[in-house]
Design a protein around this ligand. Structure first.
Ligand code: NAP
Length: 279
């Protein structure tokens, strides 16, 4: 009999996860199904009880539940604890175990662009929210030795730096203005804020006047596929990376945790790009 998987969040109506996972199930020739459930904050505990009662085998968690869901799970893996958020849950014989595949998904997509040189790349992370925590944690674990953070709210960046530095990177916390002035120091710049996301596509998270040509500029946003940050960086000769690779990888890693099988990432990416109008 087919098994049920899902996504909980609010809102979820525009999520690309159902089509991506259902296509991957079809390709495996199994009768499983992935369903998005719109769950409001006050209903989260009841939704988790429902998941247990219905025997849903695994699910993703998105905004606004990635932090709050942790208290309703039976176990949370070490990296998800460090990040402070869960985006993937496996139902193992009735026990709900939480993971975070956002960070590792980002790392895998980034390595395709940087290769092993990543460790030596002086890196600036813009933002200090949930996505920034995931990115900072995996880059520090991977051994990136210089890892600076700039955020609108300075205190959040300082907390992130003290809680997530598992690899003992050299870290400086800067204001957005300071980071902009010193932009030519960085080999890799990562926007983890929502600045530039549709419909506010004319916004920039940082000024690029001091960007050096050989820099890799990465934006976690995938809608639009090229944010203003990426368009301007590309115009200045930088190598750019959007958030599609991260989205596909985090989903593929979740799929592997649920089924033990590696899905076809290329197919998954095509589905996502089609939905985003990238074809
Ligand atoms: P979050 O926890 O709410 O954090 C938002 C971050 O953006 C904070 O650093 C916040 O700064 C900053 N920010 C928001 N509005 C701003 C503004 N007007 N000016 C300056 N800074 C602003 O959100 P999140 O979960 O980290 O998600 C952030 C982005 O990553 C979203 O665009 C999301 O779509 C993207 N994302 C992509 C993937 C993927 O698979 N590609 C996965 C996860 C997230 P303050 O701390 O000062 O509020």
């Amino acid at each position: 009999m087919g098994k049920l998987f899902g996504l909980i969040g609010h809102p979820v109506s525009h999520s690309m996860s159902p089509s991506m996972h259902n296509d991957a199930f079809r390709n495996l020739d199994v009768d499983h199904h992935y369903q998005a459930f719109d769950v409001k904050g006050e209903d989260l505990e009841a939704a988790i009880s429902g998941i247990r009662a219905l025997g849903i085998k695994g699910f993703n968690v998105t905004i606004p539940h990635k932090v709050n869901v942790m208290k309703f799970l039976d176990e949370v893996d070490e990296e998800a604890k460090l990040i402070g958020a869960v985006n993937t849950v496996v139902n193992k014989d009735g026990k709900l175990i939480g993971y975070n595949t956002d960070g590792e998904g980002y790392l895998q997509s980034l390595l395709k662009v940087t290769g092993q040189e990543l460790q030596q790349m002086k890196t600036l992370i813009i933002g200090a929210g949930g996505a920034a925590r995931a990115v900072f944690t995996v880059l520090s674990r991977y051994g990136v030795s210089e890892l600076d953070i700039a955020n609108r709210t300075n205190e959040k960046a300082a907390i992130l730096a003290s809680e997530c530095n598992c690899g003992q990177a050299d870290v400086e916390v800067l204001s957005i203005e300071e980071a902009g002035e010193r932009l030519n120091e960085y080999d890799l710049i990562i926007n983890t804020t929502s600045v530039g996301m549709s419909p506010h596509t004319d916004h920039l998270p940082i000024h690029l006047k001091n960007l050096k040509k050989a820099t890799v500029v990465s934006d976690l946003i995938y809608n639009p596929l090229k944010t203003k940050l990426l368009l301007e960086a590309e115009g200045k000769g930088a190598t750019i990376l959007n958030g599609v690779g991260m989205f596909v990888e985090q989903g593929a890693l979740a799929f592997e945790k649920w089924t033990g099988v590696a899905p076809d990432r290329h197919n998954m990416e095509n589905i996502v790009l089609k939905q985003l109008g990238g074809f």
